[in-house]
Design a protein around this ligand. Structure first.
Ligand code: ATP
Ligand code: MG
Length: 421
């Protein structure tokens, strides 16, 4: 049996890096007042169709949608924002405290063509803020990504920023885009021709070469902003500069979802070939209302966890596998049972203590301790046990000492502390 196409296992050799990212990210988010939310992987299809937008790549061709046994149309979540909005509305969070800051991580599902950095089940690290319209929140979110990547030791990433305007100024922009595309309509791909009536802004995001060529010199959203959107974008730019967050304005960036307003951004890398976007984010001030909640400004980002880890692997930022404090060597059945209880007791006392129950020889067990990178080995030899003693071996210096079983924990604490500095 094999995994299905585009799905993969993440093995223990790899998860250390994933944990490192998670720990740093969650610590950073918590310090800024964000709290974890956990949402289901399966939702009603309608939630994503309505929020992400019918004319987007995700909804048009990438969703895993099926009818359950009763015929309800369900979809494996392709992203987290829609579900978090649904939760915000469903639990009436706005009533008790409209200002909420969330983070989460988990798998997302999109039926795309698999390749390096692109999977059908992939993971995102997500953060969302509800109830704050200020551009300073946009900066906070971009800063969080920037700071996380810095703490992870990543270099060569760049933040692409754009403003998509709002319902006030969008019609002015789409009008001039449609005028511009007028004669070039037939140069566009089929999907973009349909987008001209459904959602013209989406055309800017099309990856087809012919569409990109037709778009050369096309009008930009930033040149059609209303005064309020213009102000908002100016604050984002000046505030990021003060925090020394590098960015540049990318007029063609619109992002693959319909719900974005005002600030949208992407963090890109040159080190993953075609899959250049490591993270993306944007404001979606209209979405909560659109989904049946009160009018609530909101904004969020998603980091592509798989791609982030791949960038780190390229930089060889693979943390060394730490070995246990203690490996207990036990020879023979009674000694093995004693070693089992000892490992439980030692772990209760705060040590990492590992043993082996295969009944192997002393030589084989010492090899095993070495392989596991144990810092010390505790040997329950027959003669020593008879005298209520154990041997402690420092694997680095090969020094051995006898320790009385009566003072095992305090003695081990003392010795390990000195040996391991
Ligand atoms: P792309 O343009 O690469 O398809 P996207 O715009 O569809 O990305 P978003 O919906 O913005 O992606 O999701 C946020 C992040 O999730 C992306 O920046 C990317 O790092 C990651 N991501 C998106 N799709 C995949 C996938 N199929 N496999 C792995 N990571 C992905
Ligand atoms: Mg995509």
């Amino acid at each position: 049996m094999q995994t299905i196409r585009g799905f993969r296992d993440i093995l223990p050799e790899q998860t250390r890096l994933w944990q490192k990212v998670e720990n740093l990210a969650f610590e950073l988010f918590e310090a800024f007042g964000y709290r974890e939310i956990r949402i289901p992987v399966l939702e009603k299809t309608q939630l994503f169709a309505r929020s992400i937008g019918e004319a987007t790549d995700i909804v048009e061709k990438e969703m895993y949608t099926f009818a359950d046994r009763k015929g309800d149309k369900l979809t494996l979540r392709p992203e987290a924002t829609a579900s978090i909005c649904r939760a915000y509305i469903q639990h009436k969070m706005h009533a008790s405290d409209p200002v909420r800051k969330f983070y989460m991580t988990g798998p997302m599902f999109r039926r795309e063509r698999p390749q390096k950095g692109r999977y059908r089940q992939f993971y995102q690290i997500d953060a969302e803020v509800f109830g704050i319209a200020s551009a300073l929140v946009d900066c906070e979110l971009i800063f969080l990504q920037h700071e996380l990547f810095k703490r992870l030791g990543l270099t060569g990433l760049s933040a692409h920023i754009n403003s998509l305007g709002c319902p006030e100024c969008r019609p002015d922009f789409t009008g001039s885009l449609l005028d511009f595309l007028g004669e070039k309509k037939h140069a566009l791909c089929d999907i973009c021709q349909r987008r001209m009536t459904k959602n013209p802004m989406r055309i800017l995001d099309c990856k087809a070469q012919t569409c990109q060529a037709a778009l050369a010199g096309a009008p930009a959203t930033v040149d059609h902003l209303c005064p309020a959107c213009e102000d908002h974008f100016n604050t984002v730019k000046s505030t990021l500069q003060k925090q020394k967050v590098d960015f540049f304005i990318d007029k063609s960036l619109v992002r693959g979802l319909d719900y974005y307003t005002r600030t949208a951004w992407e963090i890109q890398t040159t080190s993953l070939g075609a899959q250049s976007a490591v993270a993306g984010g944007g404001r979606y001030d209209g979405l909560v209302k659109e989904l049946g909640g009160p009018d609530t400004p909101a904004i969020g980002f998603a980091i592509g966890f798989d791609r982030l880890v791949e960038v780190m692997e390229q930089l060889e930022q693979i943390p060394e596998e730490p070995g246990p404090d203690l490996f207990i060597v036990a020879l023979g059945e009674p000694a093995m049972e004693a070693a089992y209880h000892l490992s439980c007791d030692l772990n209760r006392s705060g040590f990492q203590a590992v043993t082996d129950f295969r009944g192997k020889s002393l030589k084989a067990l010492m090899k095993r301790a070495d392989k596991l990178n144990a810092s010390h080995v505790l040997i329950a030899g027959q003669t020593e046990m008879a005298e209520n003693q154990m041997i402690l071996r420092n694997m680095a210096t090969r020094e051995q000492v006898s320790i009385s079983m009566d003072h095992l924990v305090p003695e081990l604490k003392k010795i390990l502390q000195t040996d391991n500095g």
